[in-house]
Design a protein around this ligand. Structure first.
Ligand code: TXA
Ligand code: MG
Length: 337
């Protein structure tokens, strides 16, 4: 069932609260992307998320809370995390925090002693507040594929596999949250996303840097090929080849545009925010139209460009994992515990 929550948020919340209480998995709009949500404290319900998404069990979920009071039941905030929370929640930021022991089933946290937490904005926040418990929610896509930014995408991804889809229209930000872990001497960027790191550095007065790879918990979002459309993807295109589909922004005309299969201009005004908001839907549209190869213009590595480039590099990466890569992931995760 699909409920239009823009038209009738109260009806959406009533049905969703019932479904969550029964232990169902439902699709919920957030300001970043759609989430596949279940009660984070219900082990059986959370296990279903992994099945529906075909997500490896070693990859922990984000717990979505309505407010800091709820967060503090499940995790402990250090002073810098608290400052970021005050400044950027509700919003597109996820903090990896030390979890309070015994509050969440290990299926939610993949057995780690930390937990990823986010307070989302808008409809999903109201839903969590009404439900009264955190929602574990990964992006609403089959593992390894492009995240859903509309209810129609969720439906085409899962069909009847998800009993309730709350349709809040296209998501505003369009890329997933920025994931941060505060350390003693700085802030680690575990995933660039909808909150630009320039803002984080300014608010915290600390540098944001890439994580220390030797201790990083390897999760599919960090594996090379992820966020992949079916079509092949070519980055930093300064010209377009015959038959290619072009994704660009701004008003410049590229050499070869006349002979290419199709041109998508995601932001004629040249804004990275608009580009990010439309990116996943455009990759899907190009896929559905049967595009074989997608060429994408260079994107500056600033503001939302960092998240866009991260997703595009993964979209362009080779599609298969070697056995070695998988083994490495398993070993590193075991060591991290
Ligand atoms: O915007 C978003 O973050 C969306 C919406 C639905 O909130 N959610 C989302 O979830 O993107 P997901 O599961 O697709 O990505 C969560 C990422 C994964 O890469 C996972 O490995 C990482 O968060 N993660 C979760 N818990 C972690 C932890 N304790 N330490 C490090 N990484 C963690
Ligand atoms: Mg995801």
């Amino acid at each position: 069932m699909i409920i239009d929550v823009a038209a009738d948020p109260a009806a959406g919340i009533t049905s969703a609260v019932e479904a969550l209480g029964r232990g169902d998995v439902i699709a919920v709009p957030t300001e970043t992307v759609y989430g596949l949500a279940a009660d984070a404290t219900n082990e059986a319900a959370v296990s279903q998320i992994f099945d529906i998404k075909r997500r490896p069990g070693f990859n922990p979920l984000i717990c979505h809370c309505s407010d800091l009071e709820m967060v503090s039941e499940f995790a402990t905030l250090d002073p810098v995390s608290l400052r970021l929370a005050d400044r950027f929640w509700p919003g597109p930021m996820t903090l990896v925090l030390n979890s309070n022991p015994g509050r969440l089933p290990s299926v939610t946290t993949a057995g780690l002693t930390t937990v990823a937490i986010r307070i989302p904005m808008g409809f999903s926040n109201g839903l969590i507040r009404s439900y009264g418990r955190p929602l574990a929610a990964p992006s609403a896509n089959i593992s390894g594929r492009v995240s859903a930014t509309t209810a129609a995408h969720v439906e085409s991804e899962f069909g009847d596999g998800v009993p309730l889809i709350l349709d809040g229209g296209p998501t505003k930000i369009g890329v997933e949250s920025t994931i941060l872990r505060v350390r003693e001497n700085g802030i680690e960027l575990l995933r660039p996303g909808g909150l630009p790191i320039e803002l984080v550095e300014h608010a915290a007065g600390l540098q944001v840097s890439a994580p220390n790879l030797s201790r990083k918990v390897l999760a599919p979002g960090m594996l090379t090929s992820h966020y992949a459309p079916r079509a092949m993807v070519r980055l930093n295109a300064t010209r377009v080849e015959p038959g290619e589909t072009l994704l660009k922004f701004g008003d410049a005309i590229l050499p070869g545009e006349g002979a290419c299969a199709r041109v998508f201009n995601l932001s004629p005004e040249g804004g990275l925010e608009e580009f990010a908001a439309k990116l996943y839907a455009t990759l899907k549209e190009a896929d559905d139209a049967g595009a074989e190869s997608i060429a994408i213009v260079p994107i500056p590595d600033e503001g939302l460009g960092l998240a866009i480039n991260d997703r595009l590099r993964r979209a362009a990466a080779p599609r298969t994992l070697t056995l070695g890569e998988l083994e490495q992931a398993a070993v590193r995760n075991k060591e991290a515990r």
